[in-house]
Design a protein around this ligand. Sequence first.
Ligand code: LAG
Ligand code: CA
Length: 453
Amino acid sequence: PAAAAPSGGKKVIANLFEWNWPSVAGECSSTLGPKGYGYVQVSPPQEHVRGNQWWVAYQPVSYRIESRKGTRAQFKSMVDTCHAAGVKVIVDAVINHMSGQDNGGTGWAGSTYQHHVYPGIYQSQDFHYCGRNGNNDIANYNDRYEVQNCELVNLSDLKTESDYVRSRLAAYLNDLLSLGVDGFRLDASKHMPAADIANIRSRLNRSAYIVQEVIYGAGEPITPNEYTGNGDVHEFRYGKDLARVFRSERLAYLRNFGEGWGHLPSAVSSVFVDNHDTQRDDGGVLTYRDRGIYALANAFMLAWPYGSPTVMSSYTFSSRDAGPPSDGSNKTRNTVCYSGWECEHRWPVIANMVGFRNATEGAGVSNWYDNGNNHIAFSRTGRGFITINDEGSAINGRSYYTGLPAGRYCDVIHGTFTNGTCSGPVVTVDANGWFAANVPAHDAIALHLNARL
Ligand code: LAG
Ligand code: CA
């Protein structure tokens, strides 16, 4: 059994991409729990090929929880620490394939392997050999068979239709569940039939949150909708469309963002401004490099009640393949925010808007306002209000109708609310639900009931 969507009041996921386990644990206690994140997503924890690129994690060679990001004991301790901080743990699970290197070798934890032989786990008969394109690789995304039975960039493709492979994959996932893990991001889900995932899911020992990576491609035969029966699905159109709106269109267009744009049903949609792949391979999306505009796009995502949002947290990179800061033996170093790591999930605007999301959970949108261009505002009925001005100049002397109870509210875009005090500007909503304020260019104001003085 699998729960379809993150449940409970705290649903925002922080994706601490490539963080090692001790650093994730520390962040759960110091930041993720206190700021109201409900989940942390971590990078693939299984043994992988050696190397200092980030993507070695996507080439499993065994299911030992022993990787450049830490040992099994460190992983277990991280899960326990995060739980104690009120944060659940989602693992990026690589189950479509094993390694892709033509020459065999020795994995991170010492397991030997060949391209299609992983002693004691899988032998050559456990893999697909599609016999196409000269090298068994996927070339044509318009061919369903090829996408699911050929190799994704040479990665040995598991026979997920076989009973043995399914049981082995379920054993890996059940091992993670036994360590306390709460959910899985199923890597490369498009490359496995939805029915195979359903079967593997049915073998889990207890319920877990499932989110599937199915990249929408216009006109392709395999669609994200096919997978919604198994759990959530990443909605890749969301980040692309949001970037286009912020970069070259008008925020006014966002009034029906989500289902109104043909995106997945909100209840099964997993959304993000960028992820580790799009920030490298999709020049269009907004990333940490866009600084303030990136923060505004995340603020919109967190304010707008569509899908389950993930906040990306990156390390600084200048070349696509480069891994995070590591030591002489390629072990990932402990994270030091703002020094080799971007820590977007800590940026005050983003971290404070997680509290807005939690405070407004379940409330609809009302009082939509736009100026026909790049100034918008809306309420989360009775619980919160945001206005975003992405015009090139300030908008001064306007009043905004919030529908909120009268009171003094912390503007959480510019201030952090702690123990009844606000470190930034305070906005007074009058008895009729209005306030007056100036909004600088490319800036915002956000108020919610849990940040009232
Ligand atoms: C995913 N989702 O479906 C991950 O989000 C994505 O990051 C993974 O690709 C991919 N699927 C496989 O899990 C990453 C890198 C690739 C890398 C691959 C395997 O984006 O660049 O391929 O992980 O490590 C690399 C080389 C390839 C080579 C391959 C096999 O770039 O040229 O063919 O390794 O040796
Ligand atoms: Ca496959």
